[in-house]
Design a protein around this ligand. Sequence first.
Ligand SMILES: [Zn+2]
Length: 492
Amino acid sequence: MAGGTGRTGGSRRGALALAAGVLAAVASVLGVAVALDDALYAQLATRAAPAYPPPVTVVGLTGAESWSNARLASLLEQLQVAGARGIALDMPLRSDPADPAGDARLARALLDDRMVLGVALQAGDDARPRASMPPVEFADAARLAHVWLPRDRDGRIRGHLPHVVSLDGIRWPSLALALVRSGDAVGAGRMETPARWRVAYDNGQGPAPRTLHASDVLQGNAGTGLLGDHWVLVGVTDPARLAPLPGPYGSPTLYPVEHEARAMASLLQGTVSAPLSAAVQALLSLLLAGGAVLLGLGERRSTWRMPLALLAGIAGALLLAIVLLHWRHWFAPGGVVLVLAAILASGCLTALRRRLRDRRRLPGLATRGRLASAVHAVRTKGTAHALLLLEVPGGVRGGQAVDDAAARIARLLQARARRPGDLAAHLGGGRFALLLPGTSATAAERILEEIRAQAAEPGTPLRLAGSIHACADESCDCLRHLAPRTAPASAG
Ligand SMILES: [Zn+2]
C-alpha cells in the first residue's frame, strides 16, 4: 500500500511524475527512440502524400565508361529535347584542356532557363561551410544551388536545408528549391526558411522518384514518360565512384542525387514538415510523460488506474504528433512512448511476479478468478452456500514472518475445504476466502470461529478478522465481496 498521507504523498507523486517527464524529455531530445520515430513518420507522412508518383526522375551516371563533358552535354540536350521541366546537375564539373570544344558544348547546354548546377559545400574548421565553385565557364552559364546533405547525430539523412550561408556570405538555395523556382513555382516561397525540413522518405511503400540509367537515356532507350514535364536530377549512382548514404530507419540507402530527389518530391507534394525546436520537443515530452504518471498516481488508487493513465499518455503523444503533422510540424513521440511503455512493462512484470510468488507460496489455493467462477456456478444452480472471508489485519506482503502467516492460513483453510464443492482461495493482499456450498450461516459461523481459534493458538498467534456471507437462493452478492479492494486515500 502507498505510504504517506496528504502532503508527503502529494510531493512524492510530484517527484515521481517529474522524474518520468525529465526522462522522456531527455530520451526524446537525444533521439533514443529514433527508429520508432522514423517508422511513425514514414507511416504518417506517406499517408498524407498523394498516391500518384511525384514528377521527379533521377538520371544516374553509372558504368565504367567516363563521362566526358561532350557526352554530358549530349545527355543534357537529350533531356531538354524530351521536354524536362527542370534539370539539375548534382556532380562536380571540371574543364578539360584537351577538349575545349566539349567544354564549350557543355557550357552552352547549361545556358538554359531550366538548368540548375549543384555546388558542393565542404565543412571546414569554421562554423560555415566553404563552397567549391565549378569552373567559371560553367558557373556563369547555369543557376547555382547547394547540394549539402545535412547529417543527423546518428549519421543518417532525414532533413533538407532550404538555404545555407557559406563562409563567403553567399546564401545558397537548395537544389530542390532552385529547381522549383526555375519553373512556375508551386508556392515554394513559404518554404524559404533557414530551418531544416524533414523529408518524407517513403519507407519503400509509397511512390518514390524513379532512377534511370544515363546511358539508356542517351541511347533513347529509357522511358520518355519519365522525362517529359518531369523534374530531372542528374548525378552519379555508381557504387564504384560514390557510396550510397543511409536515410531514416526503414528506408533503403540512397545516392546523394536520390536524396535530393526525395527532398524535391516532398516539396512538390507538400509533405515536408518542420521539426519542433529541441526546447519545445523536450517541454511537450515532459508534460505528456509527467502528466500521465501524475494521473496514474492519483489520490484514489486502483489496479487499473496507472496502466490506463500510461496508455492514455502514449495515445496522447501519438495524437499530438498526428495533429501537429497536419500543420506541418513534427513532434517526435518516441521518447514519451518509450518511457511510458517501459513503466507499463515493468508494472506488468511486477504484478506477474507477485502473482507467481503468491501461487508458489500458497500452493493448493485457488485464484480469485477461479473462486468467482465457482461462485457463479453455485448461484446459477440455485444452491444455498456460505462464503467465508478471512483477513490478516495490515495485509500480508513481504517478509518471512508474513509469508509464514499466509502459508499457515492456507493450511487452515485447505483443512476445512473437505467436500468436493468446497474451494479455498487467496484473493491477494492478505485476504482469503472459503466457499462452502450447502452450508448454512450458523454452520459457517462455527467453522469461522474454529479457524480463528486455531490461528490464535500459542506459538505464533495470528489475529484474523473474518466475516460470513450466506446466500439461500439466487439473490447472491458474493461476487461483490471478492472484488479487489481499492486502497483508501491514506493508509496511515
Ligand atoms: Zn452467494
